[in-house]
Design a protein around this ligand. Structure first.
Ligand SMILES: C[S@@+](CC[C@H](N)C(=O)[O-])C[C@H]1O[C@@H](n2cnc3c(N)ncnc32)[C@H](O)[C@@H]1O
Length: 374
């Protein structure tokens, strides 16, 4: 399935600019980061071990790396590239806005809440440097933030051709690990423009798919995009910390890369709300990247870079949490909660970790899930 989003007319110069910006990211990932990693492995770590008698953790490595010449340059270029990426897509879109909006005719539905208070964890910063974040509106009935997010994700190929790769992998995880689950009603939490949501319409064709987000511009765009894909998703503007859905009304509740953009308090509220909304035997699955305790120190310190320099303030704290304990704290049964596992893994019957040695290869494979059965 191709991305059903907006059809954008990209000029030669705009295309060249986007490829240039993407090329910088390739250069950072392919040349600068391996250089920084080699410095850490071959110089910083052995010197630290010699001095202290133990290996550096991610905090030690960050301090040491910041004292080298390459790391600050890598960090500065990465931040600059991120800002350029939004600006480049934004300029291309603004030139054609609003004629590039996808049409709004189809079986998807949209329920907005004019009284919605966007939580402070989403208004305090422009998450991952996205200007205005997910929720800002420039005009009435505005869908620009959704279009911008879609364009950046799709034109950079972050989630596969149709941007549904992460949702597809999560659905495959559910089918593989919970083959007896009857999926009649699904809730996607923090759906943004419905990239992952559309995957659930394919994976569970007979199920009712509900998708919520706090950001109206993203939801307007999500509805139009789902219409273009002929997908009957029911979008509503709701805070996942407390929704208006009936208790016990969902078989499956999912989120993809949403939790790290919330807060310490909100993540607990969201887990509790998921528990309220699941019917007995229903399943909750949250997808994020790998927690720090399982990551190599160099990878963990580079990942946490995003918390400090890419405006994702909760990301570091979230990646230090033990997600199975969080589920238990929020009311799930310990024997029915599973810790973080590779998204394509098979859970052992006791829900302990499975496939621990599986080497991540593609984007969905470097993502992990945690969750519980109600
Ligand atoms: C990184 S995006 C998620 C991407 C999306 N799940 C996908 O797979 O394409 C995070 C989204 O979560 C939403 N969000 C954050 N906190 C929320 C909350 N408490 N309730 C509902 N949506 C929330 C944000 O507005 C944003 O659209």
């Amino acid at each position: 399935m191709k991305n059903p989003g907006l059809m954008i007319d990209e000029s030669h110069d705009e295309g060249a600019r986007m490829r240039f910006v993407a090329g910088i990211r390739g250069y950072i990932g392919g040349t600068m980061m391996p250089g920084a990693r080699a410095i850490a492995d071959e110089h910083l770590t052995p010197a630290f071990r010699k001095k202290t008698g133990h290996n550096p953790d991610r905090r030690d490595l960050r301090k040491l790396a910041e004292g080298t010449a390459l790391y600050p340059w890598t960090s500065a270029l990465r931040r600059t590239q991120q800002e350029m990426m939004w600006d480049t897509s934004g300029d291309t879109l603004k030139r054609q806005w609003p004629t590039a909006t996808p049409t709004n005719r189809g079986s998807a539905t949209l329920r907005l809440d004019p009284m919605m208070q966007t939580p402070r964890y989403l208004t305090a910063v422009d998450i991952h440097c996205m200007p205005g974040n997910y929720h800002s509106e420039l005009t009435d009935n505005d869908a620009f933030a959704g279009a911008l997010y879609d364009h950046v994700i799709v034109s950079n190929g972050y989630k596969g051709d149709d941007a549904a790769g992460v949702g597809g992998a999560l659905a495959a995880f559910v089918k593989r690990n919970f083959p007896d689950l009857r999926v009649r009603r699904v809730l996607d939490v923090g759906c943004t423009v419905g990239h992952s949501t559309l995957a659930y319409t394919h994976a569970f064709p007979n199920a009712e798919i509900q998708a919520i987000d706090v950001a109206a511009p993203c939801l307007r765009y999500a509805k139009a995009r789902a219409d273009a894909a002929n997908a009957a998703v029911h979008f509503s503007q709701q805070n996942a910390e407390g929704t208006d859905f009936k208790a016990g009304s969902f078989d499956l509740i999912v989120s993809t890369i949403t939790l790290h953009e919330t807060s310490n308090k909100a993540i607990r509220n969201i887990y509790r709300e998921c528990r309220r909304l699941l019917r007995p035997g229903g399943v909750m699955v949250h997808c994020e990247s790998q927690q720090y305790f399982a990551k190599a120190p160099f990878d963990a310190q580079w990942h946490r870079w995003g918390a400090h320099f890419n405006a994702e303030p909760f990301m570091e704290t979230m990646h230090e949490m033990e997600l199975k304990s969080l589920a238990v704290e929020c009311g799930f049964d310990a024997t029915k909660s599973f810790p973080q596992v590779p998204m394509l893994s098979t859970l052992a019957p006791d829900m302990a970790v499975a496939d621990p040695g599986r080497a991540p290869k593609t984007y969905p494979e470097i993502l992990y899930v945690a969750g519980a059965v109600r």
